[in-house]
Ligand binder design. Structure first.
Ligand SMILES: Nc1ncnc2c1ncn2[C@@H]1O[C@H](COP(=O)(O)OP(=O)(O)O)[C@@H](O)[C@H]1O
Ligand SMILES: [Mg+2]
Length: 302
């Protein structure tokens, strides 16, 4: 079946967007990239529709690649497509869940997924208790809104932890305080989960003397074999979040794999280069299969 696909992305030149376009074309589908910020809609109409420059958009399936800073509007566009009965790779509820770090960690913890001990408080009156809750220094302080390793700080001493927490609070930033997993030695594992499978995994190692392994911070990626437990943890985390496609980040700790982050628009460049796997092609195939499964029965049930 030939699908009519829309990739919701602001920039067709991005590696991930382009890889998805190429994969869709290679599999014979019709595909276009739509800047979701330029879409508009009448949200009160009983027949939901979505428009771009006067044209009504139609699709069999969408692939949302919503930027973090545009989550609210981008997700409204995804929701509109959902209401039109269009299949989406990740649905809007799952995307907004994954964009809220606290909510994500609470959900994962409730279902027994391993996490670094993490504390959160609004008031600095609780600073001392937070620090001891996380096992004392060294510990990690994270800006709730941070990405790409910016806003993640390692406080080596209790004094440093107190100062960092106070400074962030002073500028009214929301932060969480986390147990530092020293055993992972500046490395983490990114698993790409698609449906019920891990389709690719890489290890990222931070530069010398850097505990953050983000590629944007100079980290280096390589292909890695993950353990059965790591695989199970990554798949479970994506499932709890309700994401068909997820980038699940794990730390290898003395007590097993710990989830630090679940990303609903994982970048494809680093992982495809490190593993030589065509993740974009797997994503298009996944949509083909989910559309086949969803095919409505005819009125008389045949
Ligand atoms: N609790 C922790 N213990 C050890 N290293 C950590 C911890 N939390 C994060 N890191 C390191 O810092 C990096 C960035 O943290 P992360 O929570 O993923 O923030 P971001 O959303 O900015 O990527 C991680 O990839 C990991 O290498
Ligand atoms: Mg990260």
């Amino acid at each position: 079946m030939i699908m009519n696909l829309i990739i919701l992305s602001r920039n067709p030149a991005l590696y991930s967007t382009d890889a998805l376009v190429q994969a869709a074309i290679a599999r014979g589908h019709s595909v276009r990239v739509v800047d979701y910020l330029r879409c508009y809609m009448n949200i009160t109409s009983s027949k939901p529709r979505i428009y771009l420059e006067g044209e009504e958009l139609k699709a069999d399936a969408i692939i949302p690649r919503i930027a973090v800073q545009h989550t609210a509007y981008g997700n409204a566009v995804v929701r509109q497509f959902e209401m039109m009965g269009v299949q989406t790779l990740n649905d809007s509820v799952a995307i907004s869940r994954s964009r809220d770090k606290l909510r994500s960690l609470q959900l994962l913890a409730k279902k027994g997924v391993g996490l670094p001990v993490t504390g959160f408080a609004h008031s600095i009156d609780a600073t001392n208790e937070l620090i001891s809750m996380c096992g004392g220094a060294p510990l990690v302080v994270k800006l709730l809104q941070g990405t790409q390793g910016m806003g993640v700080v390692l406080a080596e001493t209790k004094k440093a932890a107190e100062s960092v927490i106070e400074a962030f609070k002073e500028v009214r930033a929301d932060i969480l305080v986390q147990e530092y997993i020293a055993e992972s030695k500046g490395a983490d594992i990114r698993c790409i989960v698609l449906g019920k499978k891990v389709i690719a995994a890489m290890e990222r190692q931070g530069m010398d003397g850097e505990f953050r392994s983000n590629l944007h911070r100079g980290g280096k990626a390589k292909k890695i074999s993950i353990t059965a437990e790591e695989r199970k943890t990554a798949i479970k985390a994506a499932k709890i979040m309700g994401l068909n496609l997820a980038g699940v980040d794990l730390l290898r700790s003395a007590r097993g794999p710990l989830v630090i982050e679940v990303n609903s628009s994982p970048g494809l460049e680093g992982i495809e280069n490190a593993t030589n796997k065509n993740c974009a092609d797997a994503i298009i195939q996944f949509l083909e299969n989910s559309i086949k499964e969803k095919k409505p029965k005819s009125i008389d049930g045949k």
